[in-house]
Design a binder for this molecule. Structure first.
Ligand code: AMP
Length: 281
């Protein structure tokens, strides 16, 4: 496994590997790796000859400076984890490698950044689009793997990949959960023992909402989820929306066409967690 900090070197190596007929799978991460990240790498290994993982805590996607400062950084442990799976390259750029100068490229997200994460974290998707488009320019893989845990992010990345004309297949991968249902997240390590015991209510509630939705309207289902989670003193719901899978427009009736996904963001003290679930159509 090669560890590279230089974008130029990585681009050159990838070009070489491609010219020899290798297919390239890319997994961008912010590190503090867990089984969710490793599942993306496992998926990438099924369909690609060479696997490249990037680890970069991207400052431009944090709309909250404290959140950026607190974000877990465990590079040495991450590298050890990557040595145990099939990963050929780890790209670990410093900030000035990714942002040597101010980059003001603009993106058009249509409606995709007007709701949920886009509404509550202003500038977040611009930062995500900025770093992902730069990483795509550097790596230019055949396929790139993203977790459905960040459901809206997958929609935004598919959109900008098309818009910017990258010939890269975006592969969404299922959410990996802890035994009690909590969606794995690097931020889970920031929870206190008491908080950790209470956060499983988030996934339990959205899973139960899917069952209850057979007998409830969309608005009743949303109210029930928000009330149930907010009844727990450790948890404070920022939003729970049920949206159309493709447009991310909130739905107000179960009979509307298309796949429906319930997306939630919850504050647990200073930690903010997200999760989502597909509803039966
Ligand atoms: P992050 O390091 O949080 O930016 O995540 C890097 C990639 O891993 C993103 O595509 C995430 O959606 C994905 N990911 C994070 N947590 C999970 C999870 N629990 N299951 C599946 N994918 C995940």
């Amino acid at each position: 496994m090669k560890i590279l900090k230089s974008a130029k070197k990585l681009t050159k190596e990838v070009e070489n590997l491609k010219s020899q007929g290798n297919s390239i799978g890319f997994v961008p991460t912010m590190g503090a790796l867990h089984q969710g990240h490793l599942s993306l790498i496992e998926n990438a290994n099924h369909y690609n000859d060479i696997i490249i993982v990037s680890i970069f805590v991207n400052p431009t996607q944090f709309n909250d400076k404290d959140d950026y400062d607190r974000y877990p950084r465990t590079m040495d442990v991450d590298i050890e984890k990557l040595k145990k799976v099939k990963c050929d390259y780890v790209f670990t750029p410093e900030e000035n490698e990714m942002y040597p100068e101010e980059d003001n490229r603009e993106f058009n997200f249509g409606n995709l950044d007007k709701v949920m994460e886009g509404e509550h974290r202003p500038g977040h998707f611009k930062g995500v689009a900025l770093v992902v488009s730069k990483l795509f320019e550097i790596v230019n893989p055949h396929k790139a793997y993203f977790g459905e845990k960040d459901f809206q992010q997958v929609a935004v990345i598919k959109h900008i990949t098309k818009q910017l004309g990258f010939n890269i297949e975006i592969v969404p991968c299922p959410i990996i959960r802890e035994k009690d249902g909590l969606a794995m997240s690097s931020r889970n390590t920031l929870l206190t023992t008491d908080q950790r015991m209470n956060v499983s209510l988030i996934s339990k509630t959205i899973f139960e909402a899917r069952e209850r939705s057979k007998k409830m309207t969309v608005s009743e289902t949303k109210d029930w989820v928000i009330r149930t989670i907010n009844d727990n003193p450790y948890l404070n719901v920022e939003y729970f929306e049920i949206v159309d899978e493709s447009s991310l427009e909130p739905i107000d009736n179960w009979s509307q066409k298309g796949e429906k996904v319930g997306c939630i963001a919850v504050h647990v003290g200073k930690v903010r967690l997200i999760d989502n679930i597909r509803f039966y159509s």
